[in-house]
Ligand binder design. Structure first.
Ligand code: MIC
Ligand code: SF4
Length: 646
């Protein structure tokens, strides 16, 4: 039987295991990327391993998230990252050079290679035919130390594309359409692989929009074949040597298949507060819009911004709308400047920001109270914008530009004839903001500011555990709910004690105080969750800060992939309810006993929970691999790596 693209890459990188869905496999890691908000912790973790030089082929450290310098903290983080990169052999992409995913696509991604990134949107690289997976920072530290990556072999979900996109409909509408069909948990445990006659008509940046936002389905990653379009993109980036053709065998068998006829798609919009609340733009037309944000790693390529410039050229942004643009990379910004589109955009009244994540992660530009903000981003979780009661809608650049002109949600098709597609004939290549590793690393001093603390390591799993329920929450809880981001919190990403004060801040402002009291009473913390607990980002702070406060387990109906791995990596048990059993009376404040915790984790899936109010026992399920079981027993991945190396 033939292989899919993803299977071909996995098989070429397989160190151990059988490629059947659900089995644990171990693969070689070619490249890693980090961004500053997760990178500082990843590198502190690497430092704790005591290794003198990285062992990966290519690793890049980007600064794109915490670029607002309203105090010394972020600036100190940037300096730490730059000195760390020089010391250990990592490329350093300076602030201002762009969003990690966009820059990596332009300058480093290679078809057929594996990439681990400490950011959930790492699958952007799938647009180039890479197997690009988002992970927690500890997995990056492990890879830098030369360890291969462990995962369960995902199902390969084949998405057959036919037809071609109609005018005014773009790649963002493809992924919004997919989200409407499979939801924010429809990709869990799967690789979304695109194939079929519709692929050829999509350029690499368009493919990357689709694979980027595949993260919102919970998928392990998304991938396109590497074909003539890929070659053209790499040639224009002056990297033709990195091209390699890669396509699925004609008899490749997918676990599931779904067809999208591109020619039937309409402009779509994701309504607050979830990327899968999809409606046709037409149905919401006329709703007043206060803010329009164009950018983010999903939609900030040259193609996207040239399209926006063409729509807005010669016109003026609606007086009621604040239009904010953030280019994906310095390459994009420089080319907009060179070809005059930047001047056009400025003339329309757009507020042009630096090439960074910016408002996507709440780094400024929070919308007004109760307002409507249309964004080309990938996440619209409640409060992520910095304004809890604002309605955040996710759209294509075309729909965003239309609203910027009219001041209301507008189907872009109502603007008349679509502008000509922009086809670049060259890219402006200038890597001067990418600092290569230095030849004499031993002379480099790693500089740590006062806000940078070391990584707390956990103690091994106890024999028994007395605990209490600290919080009970519902379905689809995001890591933004667990560990908020935004301009106020992000500066503490390198200081776990400080950042842990913000855990569940918006959901339950009393959480941290209660955690302290319960801990003083000698009780470990248990969180009760629903389906898809921990969806969204890769931030391991959402696990480590919990652990720091004393949370020892999360009991949920199901978990999002990266957060589950992060919980395990920090020694927190991800437990599920067995079929037929529900949360029942496990409410906040209930006291629990795990009478044989260590022994049961050693031996198998069943973990006994005793409700101390009525001394009744029930069995929960610990669904982990043997390696993960050992990590939990040793109190986390850092302990496990150090122990395995000695
Ligand atoms: C996000 O989009 O949520 C982030 C911010 O990029 C995160 C990483 C982080 O929290 O630093 C992600 O997607 O993994
Ligand atoms: Fe940055 Fe937003 Fe992309 Fe996350 S989703 S990497 S915050 S642009």
């Amino acid at each position: 039987m033939g292989l899919s693209v993803a299977e071909k890459i996995i098989s070429a990188h397989l160190v151990f295991g059988k490629m059947s869905p659900g089995e644990e496999i171990v693969i070689r890691v070619d490249q890693t990327l980090t961004q500053d908000a997760t990178g500082t912790l990843a590198y502190l973790e690497f430092e704790a391993l005591g290794i003198s030089r990285i062992k990966t082929g290519l690793s890049v450290s980007y600064v794109d998230h915490n670029t607002l310098q309203t105090g010394f903290e972020n600036a100190d983080d940037h300096r730490f990252l730059q000195s760390f990169a020089a010391r250990y052999g990592i490329y350093f992409s300076k602030p201002g050079n762009g969003i990690c995913h966009q820059v990596h696509l332009e300058r480093f991604g290679r078809p057929g290679e594996t990439l681990l990134g400490s950011d959930s949107h790492t699958p952007t690289g799938g647009g180039l035919g890479m197997l690009a997976i988002g992970v927690g920072g500890l997995e990056i530290a492990a890879a830098l130390a030369g360890n291969p990556y462990h995962l369960r072999m995902p199902d390969i979900f084949g998405i057959r594309l036919t037809g071609s996109l109609p005018p005014w409909v773009s790649a963002k509408d493809v992924i919004l359409h997919l989200l409407s069909r499979i939801s924010v948990k429809g990709g869990v445990g799967k690789i979304l692989e695109y194939f079929g006659p519709g692929v050829a008509a999509l350029t690499v940046p368009e493919r990357a929009t689709i694979t980027n936002m595949g993260a919102e389905t919970g998928a392990t990653t998304s991938i396109f074949p590497s074909d003539e379009e890929t070659r053209v993109f790499l040639v224009l980036q002056q990297r033709e040597d990195d091209f390699r053709k890669l396509r699925a065998d004609s008899d490749a068998a997918y676990t599931e298949e779904l067809t999208i006829d591109l020619s039937t798609l309409d402009p779509l919009i994701a309504c607050p507060d979830s990327p899968d609340r999809i409606r046709p733009v037409r149905e919401l037309a006329g709703k007043k819009v206060d803010q329009v944000c164009i950018g983010s790693c999903t939609n900030s390529s040259l193609r996207d911004l040239m399209r926006v410039a063409a729509i807005l050229r010669g016109k003026t942004v609606n007086p009621e709308v604040s239009l904010v643009l953030s280019p994906g990379s310095r390459q994009v910004l420089a080319m907009l400047a060179e070809n005059g589109a930047l001047a056009d955009l400025i003339s329309t009244g757009a507020r042009v920001l630096e090439a960074a994540c910016g408002p996507c992660i709440g780094m400024g530009q929070s919308p007004p109270s109760g307002s409507v903000s249309l964004r080309t981003y990938n996440r619209n979780f409640k409060g992520r914008s910095g304004t809890a009661d604002a309605g955040i809608y996710l759209v294509s650049p075309e729909t965003a530009a239309a609203a910027a002109l009219t001041g209301e949600i507008t189907d872009p098709r109502d603007l008349g004839a679509a502008p000509e597609a922009f086809i670049p004939v060259r890219f402006l290549v200038d890597d001067s903001l990418i600092i290569p590793p230095v030849p004499d690393p031993e002379n480099v001093i790693v500089i740590k500011g006062p806000n940078i603390s070391s990584v707390p390591t956990g103690e091994p799993l106890p024999d028994t555990l007395q605990a209490s329920v600290w919080l009970r929450v519902g379905d689809n809880i995001t890591t933004d709910d667990i560990m908020p981001a935004g301009a106020k919190v992000l500066p503490y990403r390198s200081n776990i004690e400080k950042i842990s004060q913000f855990v569940f801040g918006a959901t339950d402002p009393g959480f941290v105080g209660r955690a302290r009291r319960e801990r003083e009473a000698g009780l470990g913390g248990v969180i009760i969750g629903g389906e898809n607990y921990g969806q969204g980002s890769s931030r391991e702070h959402a696990a480590l800060a919990h652990r720091f406060l004393g949370v020892r387990m999360v009991i949920a109906r199901s978990f999002a992939r990266i957060h589950k791995a992060n919980l395990i990596n920090f020694g927190i048990l991800p437990l599920t309810f067995p079929e037929g059993l529900s949360e029942g009376d496990l409410k906040a404040g209930v006291e629990l006993l795990f009478p044989a915790l260590r022994r049961e984790v050693e031996s198998g899936p069943a973990i006994t929970l005793r409700n101390r109010a009525d001394s009744r026992d029930c069995c929960l399920v610990l669904s982990v691999t043997d390696r993960e079981r050992n990590i939990l027993l040793q109190g986390g991945l850092l302990n496990w790596i150090i122990r395995s190396a000695s």
